[in-house]
Every structure is written in structure tokens, then in C-alpha cells.
Design a protein around this ligand. Structure first.
Ligand SMILES: [Fe+2]
Length: 262
């Protein structure tokens, strides 16, 4: 029996944004990162929105706020330092946004402070029976990659978030990123880990697919195999980068810089 549903919306805009709607059995519906309002309003039909959660204050993650607040008079939540329109609730690290038990399954939605892409970036963690179930990663973490730090971010801080928070996530956790960058990121992994067969096979698998219509929800286990930013000890990677004697932070920062020009 489904007591929670995740609906993914892809906007087909040039930045390839995703938005997510999480619906619980009691009718509570949370919207994460609305780039635009219309597909959300169309999806909701007669239902209403409980709240908007913005992972960070870049406009492609909040430009739907205005019209959604007008339509549903719903609260807007983001980190205290995030400058998003209509925000009326600040989210601290580990703050509970929603908690409910449906058919014996306990669901909790909470914010996790993950600075780096911006300093006030949060991810949204969905827990099932007190165990991490899914993570909505905004622009902190993507399929096979991590976010840039161009607009208010800091790569050293991003390294801290990835190496401390993401390292600990369970293998079966589902990743819901803020953008669709899978192919480009897999090509990056393949370039710097030329012997990574999992990444190569994944690239082959998607080569014939229309990536405007076909999306992958990876687990952390898959990400640990294809996301080179999580594979800082990989011999293949260290040799390609000529960084065999470097520490993990130096490898991460080198990768982040290389990805900026990829
Ligand atoms: Fe962003």
C-alpha cells in the first residue's frame, strides 16, 4: 500500500531543472524547488499545497514561488540565510518539516544543512520508519556529479558537506537531484576514470534514450560507483589526475575545478 508518493517534474528549460511534489496519505503535499508554477498547478488539480521548500536561493529553484503562494496561500520554507521570495519559515539543520504515520508507516521530512553550492543550501531528507529513504539534493549533489560553486558557494565547504554528510548515507537511499545532468556527468567520470566500467555501461545504456523524457532515480550505491566526486581514493582517478600522493580534499577541489571547464 502506497502511503507516500513522489512526483517528479522536468521543466525542459535550458538549465534542465527538476521539481518534486511529495504527497502523504493525510493529504499533505510539499513542493520542492518550483522553477515554474503551471505544471504544479496542473498536477494538483483540486488538491492544495501544504508548503514550498526551496533548497537554495537561486532563481531557477524559486521562480514558481510567487504564483504558487497566490494560488494556495501556502508557507515558503528555506534556510535562514536564503533569500527566497515569500519565505516565512526558516529551516535549521535537522529541523522536522512533516511527520505522519499512515498504515503503520512513519514518514518524516526534515531539512539538512548542506552548504557549498551556496552557504545556505539545504537538502530535504525523507525518512521512512526513522531510516533515511530519499534525499532531495537541490544543487548540492547530482546524478554522477556535484554542484558548482559559482554563485555564492565555496568548493572547500562543498567538500566538507559531501565528505561528511553524503559519505554516511545508506546504500539504498534514493537520490532526487535538482537538475538533469546525468550524461554530461557520466562523460566526466569516464574521462577521469577511464576504467570505470559501471559508468561506461551506464553511458551505453542511456545513449539511445531521450533524456528529456527518461529519468533515473539512482541509489547512493549506484552513485558510489559512478560519481567520481565520491571516489576520491580511486587509483584510476588519482593516476589520471597525477595526484597519487594528494589528499582527498585536494582531489575533490581539482575535480571541481576541472568540471567547471568541462
Ligand atoms: Fe543553484
Amino acid at each position: 500500500m502506497k502511503t507516500m508518493k513522489i512526483h517528479q517534474i522536468f521543466f525542459k528549460n535550458s538549465l534542465r531543472n527538476f521539481c518534486y511534489l511529495i504527497t502523504f496519505d493525510d493529504g499533505a503535499i510539499y513542493c520542492i524547488d518550483p522553477f515554474a508554477s503551471l505544471p504544479i498547478i496542473n498536477y494538483l488539480k483540486e488538491q492544495t499545497l501544504s508548503a514550498i521548500i526551496n533548497t537554495h536561493d537561486h532563481c531557477d529553484h524559486y521562480s514558481g514561488n510567487e504564483e504558487l503562494v497566490l494560488a494556495y496561500q501556502c508557507p515558503v520554507m528555506a534556510h535562514a540565510q536564503a533569500l527566497v521570495p515569500h519565505k516565512n519559515r526558516n529551516l535549521a539543520d535537522q529541523e522536522i518539516i512533516y511527520h505522519g504515520t499512515h498504515a503503520g508507516i512513519e514518514w518524516t521530512l526534515k531539512s539538512v544543512h548542506t552548504p557549498g553550492h551556496t552557504l545556505s543550501h539545504i537538502c530535504v531528507l525523507l525518512e521512512k520508519n526513522d531510516k533515511a529513504f530519499a534525499l532531495f539534493t537541490g544543487d548540492c549533489f547530482f546524478n554522477a556529479g556535484v554542484g558548482n560553486c559559482h554563485n555564492g558557494g565555496d568548493p572547500e565547504v562543498l567538500y566538507q558537506s559531501i565528505s561528511t554528510i553524503f559519505e554516511k548515507l545508506p546504500d539504498d537511499l534514493l537520490i532526487y537531484p535538482g537538475h538533469e545532468y546525468l550524461k554530461r556527468n557520466l562523460e566526466f567520470t569516464k574521462n577521469y576514470e577511464p576504467h570505470n566500467l559501471v559508468a561506461q555501461n551506464f553511458l551505453k545504456e542511456i545513449s539511445t534514450l531521450n533524456l528529456d523524457e527518461h529519468f533515473f532515480i539512482n541509489t547512493m550505491k549506484t552513485e558510489r560507483e559512478i560519481n567520481t566526486f565520491l571516489r576520491l581514493k580511486s587509483r584510476d582517478l588519482l593516476e589520471t589526475l597525477n595526484l597519487v600522493n594528494s589528499n582527498e580534499k585536494q582531489v575533490f577541489l581539482t575535480l571541481r575545478e576541472l568540471r567547471n571547464h568541462w
